[in-house]
Design a protein around this ligand. Structure first.
Ligand code: NAP
Ligand code: G4F
Length: 343
């Protein structure tokens, strides 16, 4: 039985990846942060009572800021594969918290790589790199396109990208960079634009929200479906040798087009409901991201299965259903839908 360690297991990708790995027969170990409220909502359906001897999902407290814990976890678990997904992953928040983002999203990777190196174990390492690395490099972007990050998040991910590369070249660590373009799902965090929009549509339809405030509608993104993308992560670590891969659909849409598609799916005219709030603008924006995923198709046999239209529909349908069931995510402080809060 293969053993995997997943950092960021409580996030969108971590939850889908864990489902995939358990289905493939892996024993999965996840790093979770201690929080004063439960933060395991995305993996609760996968929980297995650790008292049962056949349990294959195990959770360990740890934080990417703490190398001691990371070293212990690596040394004790001795995983065959490490999927490093944990990060402060919000680009807008990285402008508010640049130092913290550098620490967790950048140095966190170094701490984990160093724990692997010092433990002397043989493992395969996946680094969650990002299309944010490309910044204002012209689209379409591929593995050899210049990196020109435009945010503290992008700069931190660039450092992490090169640390994974450096440990591969310098110490022979079997490390891959997956350069993933935006991928979404009903499990996407509510302050990322797609989920903010689909939750807004659902709340507006139910009469629970009067306006949806957004920032730059002109930004262009290559949006895919998260479960397709975690399959690509796994495939990368099954290759004969470590390499870097761009993962995306190759199709681009503006934020405005996502908004139009989401509102029109439930028969609403978006222009009546959406207002611009400059607080959601970023000091520097990444205008145009579109993947050229031909290497992944050629070498990994990977292709996205869910189209842009289907992605919008499945996210809107999920949120409409959730609100109908009376479980809209409301802020405990303001009582307002979380989608209308900052970021
Ligand atoms: P996400 O939903 O924001 O999940 C981030 C995960 O990191 C959560 O499990 C979070 O734990 C954990 N985390 C944050 N700070 C931590 C810390 N100090 N110590 C330990 N764990 C910490 O992100 P995602 O969308 O699944 O993305 C997964 C990875 O891929 C991230 O590295 C992201 O930057 C990268 N990426 C994402 C995309 C995308 O479009 N989704 C594209 C390219 C790259 P809590 O649940 O406790 O907050
Ligand atoms: O959904 P977003 O916040 O995602 P962004 O910045 O592209 O970052 C995501 O994808 C990256 C891959 O390229 C990941 F590495 C990263 O971890 C994260 O998952 O914003 C998308 C676009 C931006 O151009 C933003 O300016 O939507 C624009 N936008 C317009 N109004 C908004 C809003 N973004 C947010 N979050 N909130 C708004 O109200």
């Amino acid at each position: 039985m293969k053993r995997a360690l997943v950092t960021g297991i409580t996030g969108q990708d971590g939850s889908y990846l864990t489902e995939l790995l358990l289905a493939k027969g892996y024993e999965v170990h996840g790093l979770i942060r201690r929080a004063s409220t439960f933060n395991t909502g995305r993996i609760d359906h996968l929980f297995q009572d650790p008292h049962h001897s056949d349990a294959r999902l195990h959770l360990h407290y740890g934080d990417l800021s703490n190398s001691e814990q990371l070293t212990n976890v690596i040394y004790n678990i001795r995983p065959d594969e490490v999927y490093h997904l944990g990060a402060q992953s919000h680009v807008k928040v990285s402008f508010d918290m640049p130092e913290y983002t550098g620490d967790i999203t950048g140095l966190g990777t170094t701490r984990l790589l160093e724990a692997i190196r010092r433990s002397g174990i043989t493992t395969r390492f996946y680094q969650a790199s990002s299309s944010e690395l490309y910044g204002d490099s012209p689209a379409p972007q591929h593995e050899l396109t210049a990196f020109r990050p435009r945010s503290p998040y992008g700069a931190a991910k660039l450092y992490a990208y090169w640390m994974a590369t450096n440990y591969r070249q310098g110490y022979g660590v079997w490390a891959c960079n997956g350069i993933l373009f935006n991928h979404e799902s009903p499990r996407r965090g509510p302050t990322f634009v797609t989920r903010k929009i689909t939750m807004g549509v659902a709340n507006i339809l139910a009469g629970k929200q009067q306006k949806l405030f957004l920032g730059n509608l002109d930004a262009r993104r290559d949006w895919g479906y998260a479960p397709d993308y975690v399959e690509a992560m796994w495939r990368m670590l099954q290759q004969d040798r470590p390499d870097d891969y761009v993962i995306g659909t190759g199709e681009v849409h503006t934020v405005r087009e996502f908004v139009e598609a989401a509102f029109s799916h439930v028969g609403l005219d978006w222009e009546q409901w959406v207002a611009i709030d400059p607080r959601y603008y970023r000091p520097t924006e990444v205008d145009d991201l579109r993947a050229n995923p031909s290497k992944a198709k050629r070498q990994l046999g990977w292709e996205p299965k869910v189209t842009f239209r289907d992605l919008v529909k499945l996210m809107v349908d999920h949120d409409v259903e959730t609100v109908r069931g009376g479980t809209a995510v409301l802020s405990a402080v303001s009582g307002k839908p979380i989608a209308s809060l900052a970021a």
